[in-house]
Design a protein around this ligand. Structure first.
Ligand SMILES: Cc1cc2nc3c(=O)[nH]c(=O)nc-3n(C[C@H](O)[C@H](O)[C@H](O)COP(=O)(O)OP(=O)(O)OC[C@H]3O[C@@H](n4cnc5c(N)ncnc54)[C@H](O)[C@@H]3O)c2cc1C
Ligand code: FES
Ligand code: FES
Length: 494
C-alpha cells in the first residue's frame, strides 16, 4: 500500500532536497542550472540529441545504487523523485575524476559545451565497470558516447581516455556519493509513498499501481500520461505545450514487470529500453544491435517500450521487429483488460486502437520465435538517429521450402506494416535467387513510400529491396557481409 506525498525529494550530490511546489513542466536541467547554479551541465539542443546536458541519475536496484546517464534537458524534474542526481561538479571534487584526468592526459578535452556531458557519460560507464555491469571495450565505449555529439569530431583521444580511465578503481569522492545514496534512498523507498504534487501550474502524479491510476484518470480524464518523456519532453521544450495534470506512469508496478516463460516473453509498458535490452537480445542478436542503436544510452535509460508503441510512430524502431515476432499487446482500462495483435494496433497515421481511458500494460512475444529472424535499421547517421526505414523478417523453413514468412517495414507507409504480397510470394517456395526476384517485385507493390527529410521514396523502395535481398542471402547461407561495421581505428583500440 502506497500513500501519497505532496513533497518532492531527491539527493543532489550528497544533499537531500525537498520541494513542496514547482512547475511540473520544469526540467531537471533548468532546475540544476537556474535554481542550483550547477552550470557545468550545459544546454545544447534541448531535445535529447547532443548530450551536453548529461547527468547521472542513481536509483536503487536490489539495494545498490545504479547510475544511468540521462538527458536532463527533456527529463521533468519531478521524474527524478527519490533518486540521486550527479553533475560534473559533484564528481570532480576534491580532485578531478579519473575520467577527467585521463581525458586531459590523452588530449581529449574539447569545447566547454560538449566536454562536461562527455565526462558524465564516461563516468556512467566507469561506474558500470566498477560495479561489474560493463567492461570497457570499443562497443561499450561507443555505446556510452553515442549520445554525445561533437561537431568538431576528435573522438579518438576521448575513446583512448575512456579505455584508460575505466581500468582505474572508483575514486573516494564517488564512493562517498554512493554511500550517501545507499543510506538515504532506501529510507525513501521503504516509506512506501508516491508523489502527488498539486501546484498553481498543475499537478504531477506518480502512482504506484493501476488502481490509483484509474482514480486519478477519473478525476482528471484529460491528464497527460508520461513515461520516459523522450517524446513528451520535446513537446514541452519545442512546441511549448503545457498540461494541467501530468501522470507519470513509470512507477506502476503492473507496468514494470519483465516475465520470461517457456511460451512467451512479456515486457511491461514502463520498462525502459535499457532494462529490456538483455531479454530482447536473448531472442536475437539482431535485436541487440537494433536496441543499441535506439537513440543513445541517455535516451534508452528513460524511453519505454510502451511509449515507443503508444506514440504510433511509423518510424518507431520496436514495432516492425515486434510485429514480425508476432507480438501481442495487453491494454488495460478501469473495466478490465484486452489483448490485441500488435499489427492491428496501428490503424492509420496518428491513429491507434487505444481508448481514451486505456493504457498499454505490456507487450508479449511468443516463444520460441521463428527459426530465422533478422532486423535492420537504416538511418543517415549510425548512432543516435531516427530510422529512414527499418525492416524485420521472420521465417520458418522446412526441407528448404519457406513454410512461413512475416515481413514488416517501418518508414514505408503511414504505420509500421507487413509486406503481405511479398510474404505470399515467399511462402511454399524454395530459398533461391528466383524466389527472391519474384518476392522483390511483389514487395514493390506492397508500398508507396513518401519522400521526406529522412529519405526519398525511391531510396526507401530500393533500400527495402536491399534488406530483402540481404535476408535471402542469409537464408541461402551466403554471407552478405555486415550491414554495420565499426571504423578500423575504433577496433584497433581494443
Ligand atoms: C534524442 C532522441 C532519440 C530517439 N531515438 C529513437 C530511436 O532511435 N528509435 C525510436 O523508435 N525512437 C526514438 N526516439 C523517440 C522516443 O525516444 C521513443 O519513441 C520512446 O520509446 C518513447 O517512449 P517514452 O517512454 O519516452 O514516451 P513518452 O514521451 O513518455 O510518451 C510518448 C507518448 O506515449 C504515451 N504513452 C507512453 N506510455 C504509454 C502507455 N503505457 N500507455 C499508453 N500511452 C502511453 C504518452 O502519453 C505519450 O503520448 C528518440 C527520441 C529522442 C529524443
Ligand atoms: S541539451 Fe542536447 S541533449 Fe540535452
Ligand atoms: S567538443 Fe564541442 S563541438 Fe566538438
Amino acid at each position: 500500500m502506497s500513500h501519497s506525498r505532496s513533497s518532492f525529494h531527491c539527493l543532489i550530490g550528497n544533499n537531500p532536497i525537498a520541494l513542496e511546489t514547482f512547475d511540473p513542466h520544469l526540467t531537471l536541467l533548468d532546475f540544476l542550472r537556474l535554481e542550483k547554479n550547477l552550470t557545468g551541465t550545459k544546454e545544447g539542443c534541448a531535445e535529447g540529441d547532443c548530450g551536453a546536458c548529461t547527468v547521472l541519475v542513481g536509483r536503487l536496484r536490489e539495494g545498490e545504487v545504479e547510475y544511468q546517464a540521462v538527458n536532463a534537458c527533456i527529463a521533468p524534474l519531478a521524474s527524478a523523485d527519490g533518486t540521486q542526481i550527479l553533475t560534473v561538479e559533484h564528481i570532480s571534487v576534491p580532485k578531478p575524476h579519473p575520467v577527467q584526468q585521463k581525458i586531459a592526459e590523452h588530449h581529449g578535452s574539447q569545447c566547454g559545451f560538449c566536454t562536461p556531458g562527455i565526462v558524465m557519460s564516461l563516468v556512467g560507464l566507469h561506474e558500470a565497470c566498477a560495479d561489474g555491469r560493463a567492461v570497457a571495450d570499443p562497443t561499450s565505449i561507443n555505446d556510452a558516447l553515442a549520445g554525445n555529439l561533437c561537431r568538431c569530431t576528435g573522438y579518438t583521444p576521448i575513446i583512448a581516455a575512456a579505455m584508460a580511465a575505466c581500468k582505474t578503481p572508483r575514486p573516494p569522492q564517488s564512493e562517498s556519493l554512493r554511500q550517501s545514496a545507499e543510506s538515504i534512498l532506501p529510507t525513501w523507498e521503504q516509506a512506501h509513498t508516491h508523489l502527488e504534487l498539486q501546484t498553481q501550474n498543475g499537478g504531477y502524479f506518480a502512482p504506484k499501481n493501476l488502481r490509483r491510476l484509474w482514480e486519478i484518470k477519473t478525476n482528471f480524464p484529460n491528464a497527460q500520461l508520461v513515461a520516459g518523456a523522450t517524446d513528451v519532453g520535446l513537446w514541452v521544450n519545442k512546441a511549448h505545450q503545457t498540461f494541467t495534470q501530468i501522470v507519470d506512469i513509470n512507477h506502476i508496478e503492473e507496468l514494470r514487470k519483465i516475465e520470461r516463460r517457456a511460451s512467451c516473453l512479456t515486457i511491461g509498458a514502463s520498462v525502459t529500453l535499457a532494462e529490456g535490452l538483455k531479454p530482447m537480445a536473448e531472442i536475437s542478436s539482431d535485436l541487440d544491435v537494433l536496441l543499441r542503436r535506439f537513440g543513445s544510452a541517455q535516451v534508452r535509460s528513460k524511453a519505454t517500450f510502451g511509449g515507443n508503441i503508444a506514440n504510433g510512430s511509423p518510424i518507431g524502431d520496436l514495432a516492425p521487429a515486434l510485429i514480425a515476432l508476432n507480438a501481442t499487446l495487453r491494454l488495460a482500462n478501469p473495466s478490465g483488460k484486452r489483448d490485441l495483435d500488435l499489427e492491428n494496433f496501428f490503424i492509420d497515421y496518428g491513429q491507434q486502437d487505444l481508448g481514451p481511458d486505456e493504457v498499454v500494460e505490456s507487450i508479449s512475444i511468443p516463444l520460441p520465435s521463428a527459426a530465422h529472424f533478422y532486423c535492420w535499421k537504416i538511418s543517415k547517421r549510425f548512432d543516435q538517429d531516427i530510422s529512414a526505414l527499418s525492416g524485420a523478417f521472420a521465417f520458418n523453413i522446412s526441407d528448404g521450402i519457406i513454410s512461413s514468412a512475416r515481413i514488416v517495414f517501418g518508414g514505408m507507409a503511414s504505420t509500421p506494416s507487413r509486406a503481405i504480397e511479398c510474404e505470399k510470394a515467399l511462402v511454399d517456395q524454395p530459398v533461391s535467387p528466383d524466389t527472391f526476384s519474384t518476392a522483390a517485385a511483389a514487395l514493390d507493390g506492397d508500398f508507396s513510400p513518401i519522400s521526406d527529410m529522412r529519405a526519398s521514396a525511391t531510396y526507401r523502395t530500393l533500400a527495402a529491396r536491399g534488406l530483402l535481398q540481404k535476408c535471402m542471402q542469409r537464408l541461402e547461407n551466403r554471407n552478405p557481409g555486415s550491414l554495420y561495421s565499426f571504423p578500423a581505428e575504433v577496433n584497433d583500440l581494443a
